[in-house]
Design a protein around this ligand. Structure first.
Ligand code: ATP
Ligand code: SF4
Length: 322
């Protein structure tokens, strides 16, 4: 089966749309990759597949091979060269990152996906059975908000596959649940936590996103949407609280603009040396925006140390159960 190549599968869930689940999935994937793990991201948010855009690869298309789809490379495994002036860790190992999303199969980013339940269910099943993942340490699955047809289909199929005799032990590691501090989001996420309880999915922890805004002018943090609700809820449900992520305008900018001036020399993306960019040569993808190495861009993001801590805790927790 196509999931047999994968050591651990982690779901990213949210009770409500727009709380930053796909952004958090992107950050978790990049952080895992920066920590040297090989990572895949499966975007099962069929009605709003935003992961390709967040990785800056939305113009890419998946290839079809005998036996299934070949996921799109975000970047290869590599050892990053040091950037003298910016203080990169010399020789840092980065794990390969690849991605599969319905977004790659749509003719245009603006195409609407208006499908009834059975078609969605079939697509989810196909994503779990017909994607030819390379060997992965972690597969993150970005799910749609709530507890919809896709969730039920996803879980049925996942549980069937991850408990098959050929699967690695404890393959379905659990779920990271994303919320925002507002009461409505918290109450929706409680439903999500109950869903996990009923279906026997272990909750690896809760991330509270958009908790406070750090003003770029005075660096003071304002709690626009209140704060701490995610932590209280995690305590009530006796699941780990992984941390609060503030609203960071740079975060949106990194994703929306996708502009980084140069690649460090020797940077290889999808098998190509793209460092010619440092000499002014064009190396962007078809959409002309992706003149950057994502790993590089996120490493410079102020949220990086925060995600490093979150990911380290999740990985340690998963390993402690093996
Ligand atoms: N911590 C943050 N700081 C600033 N902007 C953020 C933060 N988290 C998310 N965003 C922005 O909020 C918007 C919504 O985020 P995202 O698409 O990740 O949400 P989502 O929960 O996956 O939504 P849906 O499931 O409805 O597609 C995006 O434009 C994203 O850049
Ligand atoms: S936090 Fe408010 S008062 Fe302080 S600089 Fe920012 S906008 Fe101005």
């Amino acid at each position: 089966m196509t999931l047999d190549n994968i050591k651990k599968i982690v779901l990213v869930l949210s009770g409500k749309g727009g709380v930053g689940k796909s952004s958090i999935t992107t950050q978790l994937a990049l952080t895992l990759s920066l920590q040297g793990h090989s990572v895949g991201v499966l975007d099962v948010d069929l009605t709003g597949p935003s992961i390709p855009r967040f990785f800056g690869i939305e113009q890419s298309k998946v290839r079809q091979a005998v036996g299934g789809f070949i996921p799109v490379d975000v970047h290869d495994a590599q050892t990053l060269p040091s950037r003298n002036s910016n203080g990169n860790t010399p020789g840092q190992m980065v794990g390969a990152l690849s991605c599969m999303s319905l977004g790659f199969l749509l003719a245009s980013r603006n195409d609407a996906v208006i499908w009834r339940g059975p078609k969605k269910t079939a697509m989810v099943r196909q994503f779990l059975t017909d994607v030819l993942w390379p060997p992965l340490d972690f597969l993150l699955i970005d799910t749609p908000p709530g507890t919809s047809d896709e969730h039920i289909s996803l879980l049925e199929n996942l549980l069937k596959q991850t408990t098959a005799p050929t699967s690695p032990p404890n393959q379905l590691a659990g779920a990271v649940v994303v919320t925002t501090p507002q009461a409505i989001s918290i109450s929706d996420v409680k439903k999500e936590l109950n869903f996990c309880k009923k279906t026997g999915i272990r909750v690896l922890g809760v991330v509270e996103n958009m908790a406070g805004f750090v003003c770029p002018n005075c660096s003071e943090c304002n709690d626009i949407f209140d704060r701490g609700g995610g932590e209280v809820m995690a305590r009530d449900f006796e699941v780990p609280f992984l941390g609060s992520v503030p609203i960071d305008p740079a975060f949106v900018q990194l994703i929306e603009e996708g502009t980084r001036p140069v690649y460090p020399k020797g940077t290889v993306i999808a098998g190509k040396d793209v460092s010619a960019a440092s000499n002014g040569a064009s190396n962007g993808q078809a959409n002309g925006t992706t003149s950057q190495l994502l790993v590089d861009k996120y490493r410079d993001c102020s949220l990086c140390p925060l995600f490093d801590g979150i990911v380290s805790r999740v990985v340690a927790d998963i390993r402690s159960r093996d």
